[in-house]
Design a protein around this ligand. Structure first.
Ligand code: C2E
Ligand code: MG
Ligand code: MG
Ligand code: MG
Length: 278
């Protein structure tokens, strides 16, 4: 039908779609520029233990846009994935996170924090990914055992053996691995057992409704039991209220992340909250 329309085929396009494409390519150009101008930031969100002590942080990228202010990753990570900009972006995040880890060495309240860094599928699949991580560690002087990479289940579903080999290689250096948004994918128990993981992160969708939805409560309990039997650490994401924390603690969850304990904040604010009071 498009062919029959000949030179006027463009009319078959929805003008809304055209507008969307224009907005997308503008965003892409701006993101490319943001990378070269240094307009990306890392914010840090605390991970706490049952005593409420900060044991780690997750590094979360933000884009400081000249007009739009601070832009959340949900608005540009998917585009970065599609365009390949995720590769330089991901490398920058990794380097910046390692520099931060190195800067925390020897500082009271910060010295032993484990820093989690999100790694996207395309980034992890690069042939040189393991070299990149080693280079970031070496250049910064960060201690590898304090770096934890967050992967998603879907990333590990294809070329699983190859992905496992990369994980094994980095684990030999001391780097840890966390399975992010756990429970939303399709991992079977036997599959999970094969992965060289350190930690599961319970997706916040389950934590959100844990008090009202019996299915979600059952899923959370199952993940906690699973983590125990596989000898994995586990963190509950998206803890916002005391009642959720209470439920999680009651069922043996050892670590938590969420607005109840702190939102992702710029590094100086995060450090202020972690340093012991003088
Ligand atoms: P994620 O890795 O699952 O990160 C947790 C997200 O949940 C963060 O959103 C965090 O701000 C939010 N969150 C934490 N606690 C709560 C809570 O109590 N309630 C609610 N409603 N939300 C909470 P953020 O920073 O917008 O990041 C969204 C996603 O973007 C991340 O999900 C991650 O998949 C991706 N992302 C962030 N930074 C990076 C990065 O440096 N590289 C890559 N590849 N992806 C990133
Ligand atoms: Mg994450
Ligand atoms: Mg998550
Ligand atoms: Mg996520």
């Amino acid at each position: 039908q498009a062919k029959a329309a000949g030179r006027n085929a463009i009319r078959l396009f929805d003008p809304g779609l055209l507008e969307q494409m224009r907005a997308r390519s503008q965003l892409e150009a701006e993101l490319r520029q943001a990378l070269s101008l240094g307009d990306l930031r890392l914010h840090y969100q605390p991970v706490v233990n049952v005593a409420g002590g900060v044991i780690g942080a997750e590094a979360l990228v933000r884009w400081q846009h000249h007009e739009r202010g601070l832009v959340a990753p949900g608005e540009f990570i998917p585009l970065a994935e599609q365009t390949g900009l995720i590769l330089p972006l991901g490398r920058w995040v990794l380097q910046r996170a390692c520099e931060q880890l190195a800067a925390w060495a020897g500082q009271p309240g910060l010295d032993e924090l484990v820093l989690s860094v999100n790694v996207s599928a395309r980034q992890f699949r690069q042939a040189e990914f393991t070299d990149q991580v080693r280079a970031a560690l070496r250049a910064s002087g960060a201690r590898a055992h304090l770096l934890r990479l967050e992967l998603t289940e879907s990333l590990l579903l294809t070329d699983t053996e190859e992905m496992i080999a990369k994980m094994v290689e980095l684990r030999a250096e001391g780097v840890g691995f966390s399975l992010d948004d756990f429970g939303t994918g399709y991992s079977s128990l036997s599959y999970l057992k094969r992965l060289p993981l350190d930690q599961l992160k319970i997706d916040r969708a389950f934590v959100r409704d844990v008090l009202t939805d019996p299915n979600d409560a059952a899923i959370v309990r199952t993940i906690l039991a699973l983590a125990r039997s596989l000898d994995l650490r586990v963190v509950a994401e998206g803890v916002e209220i005391d009642e959720q924390l209470h439920f999680l603690r009651q069922h043996g969850c050892p670590a938590f992340q969420g607005y109840l304990f702190g939102r992702p904040v710029p590094v100086h604010e995060f450090e202020r909250a972690c340093r012991p009071a003088a």
